[in-house]
Ligand binder design. Structure first.
Ligand code: BTN
Length: 247
């Protein structure tokens, strides 16, 4: 990872730049980084504010040899990689909000967006988009996100070197990805669970199929969230918006 790096001043979204490179045959580990995105996107169709110079806005190409079903596992792997790398560089204590938001004291510092190209239930490639609020200041955030977000600079009180962070993230990502390829999802699952802020806490999940209330108990071997519902049953959830719930 990191042998093929494409750096841009301004792009619409690094996801699209990398997708074009992937279609043209770029190798696994190719990275696209931008100083600024003017159409950065997040999960659930949201936009992602990516002002110039202060964050890490980047996309990493994976060509995993696994069935489409295993994409959620890669989603969690990405969160663990970012979590470990950022903790190592900053010394901050960072939790993972399911599936892959990174939080400091309940405020978001990083989001991850996986987009995959598929064919016959196989993955052709995955574009892992990572947005990290590194040196943003309070005033860089739009009003509607200011209360819910924080940057590494705001949390640590120091300006951080983005290159150092990117290098550490790529190293960690490559390491975990080779563990995943050699030993499967189980080691990643355990690392993820140890960093989760949602396990064993009452939670409401908005899924495409409706609202589920319950207590997340862990991650399944396929990478889904296992939620214990009030009737004592277990539900597995692959995609949802998760929030605290007052039973
Ligand atoms: C989320 O939390 O909703 C995911 C945010 C992902 C943002 C990153 S920034 C680099 C890459 N390019 C994009 O347009 N989005 C991702």
């Amino acid at each position: 990872f990191g042998r093929n790096v494409h750096v841009h001043e301004v792009v619409a979204s690094t996801q699209d730049v990398l997708r074009d490179l992937a279609e043209a045959g770029a190798p696994e580990g190719t990275l696209v980084v931008a100083e600024q995105q003017n159409r950065g996107r997040g999960r659930m169709g949201r936009s992602w504010v990516s002002p110039p110079g202060k964050g890490i806005w980047m996309s990493l190409l994976l060509r995993p040899n696994v069935p489409l079903l295993q994409t959620p596992q890669l989603t969690l792997l990405a969160a663990v990689a970012l979590n470990r790398a950022i903790e190592r560089v900053t010394g901050l204590d960072i939790g993972i909000k399911w599936p892959n938001d990174l939080l400091i004291d309940g405020r978001k510092i990083s989001g991850i967006l996986l987009e995959s190209a598929t064919e016959d239930e196989r993955i052709r490639y995955v574009v892992v988009g990572m947005g990290i609020s590194v040196n943003l200041e309070e005033t860089d955030y739009p009003e509607e996100v200011a209360a819910k977000a924080v940057s590494l600079r705001m949390a640590s009180g120091r300006v951080l070197d983005r290159i150092e962070l990117i290098a550490e993230i790529l190293k960690e990502f490559e390491e975990l990805y080779s563990v995943f390829n050699a030993s499967g999802f189980e080691p990643i699952r355990l690392l993820w669970e140890a960093r989760s802020i949602n396990l064993n806490k009452p939670t409401a999940l908005m899924t495409a199929g409706g609202r589920i209330e319950g207590i997340p108990r862990g991650i399944s071997e396929t990478g889904a969230l296992i939620v214990e519902t009030p009737d004592g049953g277990m539900q597995t959830v692959y995609s949802a918006e998760i929030n605290p719930w007052e039973p």
